[in-house]
Write a new protein. Structure first.
Length: 368
């Protein structure tokens, strides 16, 4: 059973970095064994119509780490993350046990009147991805509602069980459809009472990055290749549906430029999770094509709230388009496309078009 963790003030060697794609907090950790994050504002400050401080209860706490090269099963390596109140009462936690390749989660017993609260096991299971010497891991903690929250370890939800919810019902109460959503954890303490998130490791596991907010984030060690980042994020958005599990992240996406290799990011990202602004479904941001981060790390001038199916009014291309990098790739693509079209034209595969077609969409011969 998980012991009750007293809240300690621990001084860690950390370097705070600037925002990425609208994260509230990004922290680079120097291979530490534990990290504690104090929530900067009351998480229960959520009002109808997105009028509260947070707009919605949805919050992400994302930690990245690695295992040492000399890791081996039996050395007692664990990863424990938990959500706590200001009085150090547990709301929800999970522990990854590398030795047994399992996980166990805990809550505070709903009807417990004892002091301190009685902590009980909630669920347990087997890990799909074993801990590996020299390997990396990511542990997401997603809060959707005060009693609906879950952990995800290396794209595996560490929770099971779901309920049916009616969606898209008209004001008259008609229509709509049933969708599956994860069940409430039914802990005595709910997420609206949370004050801090804590993660700690034992054995051969260490932590090197923590991010918080309604944002995109990915491990720095993944590099700046847009395709790799996009695939990594997608694997953590689409959860195996045949077990009744649904996406734990909003199904937004990182957009890559369709150049050879798909290495570079589109100069504007159009589908970023809405921030603390009411009546807006998305944000768009001008982004650095080589890193995917907000241009000049300046969200005030290069990000804009927008509604679903509306146009982003930011003129990103005039600012973030790097002709020196991209023009050679445009020429390469144009040449490859032209050769293919000429070949097909000669083979009479293109009929009645009058001329060899130009590359589609954004592929003009020369860029502005």
């Amino acid at each position: 059973m998980l012991r009750r963790v007293e809240r300690l003030v621990i001084v860690l060697l950390v370097v705070t970095t600037v925002q990425g794609l609208l994260c509230d907090v990004e922290v680079e950790l120097d291979n530490v064994a534990s990290y504690e994050f104090t929530i900067p504002h009351d998480p229960s400050d959520v009002l109808p119509g997105g009028r509260g401080y947070w707009r919605s209860s949805h919050l992400n706490y994302v930690t990245f780490g690695s295992f040492s090269e000399d890791f081996k099963a039996g050395d007692g390596t664990t990863i424990t993350a938990g959500y706590y109140t200001a009085e150090n009462n547990l709301i929800y936690s999970t522990t990854v046990f590398c030795d047994s390749n399992t996980f166990t989660s805990y809550i505070t017993e709903r009807n417990s009147k004892s002091k301190p609260d009685r902590i009980v096991e909630y669920q347990n299971g087997t890990l799909e991805t074993p801990c590996k010497a020299g390997g990396t891991f990511d542990l997401w903690f997603k809060v959707e509602q005060p009693q609906i929250m879950w952990f995800v370890y290396n794209a595996q939800p560490l929770q099971y069980g779901f309920r049916h919810v009616s969606k898209n019902i008209t004001r008259s109460g008609k229509g709509g459809n049933k969708v599956e959503r994860l069940s409430p954890i039914n802990s005595k303490r709910n997420g609206g009472k949370a004050a801090y998130f804590r993660i700690e490791t034992t054995g051969s596991a260490v932590l090197d990055q923590f991010d918080f907010g309604k944002c995109y984030t990915w491990p720095r060690k993944l590099g700046s290749n847009c395709t790799l980042v996009s695939e990594w994020l997608e694997s953590r958005m689409k959860i195996d549906a045949n077990m009744g599990r649904k996406p734990f992240l909003p199904l937004y996406e990182i957009q890559c430029l369709p150049y050879p290799g798909n290495q570079y990011y589109y100069w504007v990202q159009l589908k970023i999770h809405a921030q603390r602004t009411p009546d807006h479904n998305y944000w768009c941001c001008c982004t650095d094509i080589t890193t995917g981060r907000v241009y000049n790390e300046d969200t005030e001038n290069y990000c804009l709230a927008m509604q679903w199916r509306t146009e982003c009014l930011l003129d990103c291309k005039s600012v973030t388009y790097d002709k020196e990098i991209l023009q050679p790739l445009v020429d390469l693509h144009y040449g490859s496309y032209q050769l293919e079209m000429e070949k097909r034209f000669e083979m009479d595969e293109i009929v009645g078009m009058g001329e060899i077609p130009q590359p589609p969409g954004m592929w003009g011969r020369k860029m502005n």
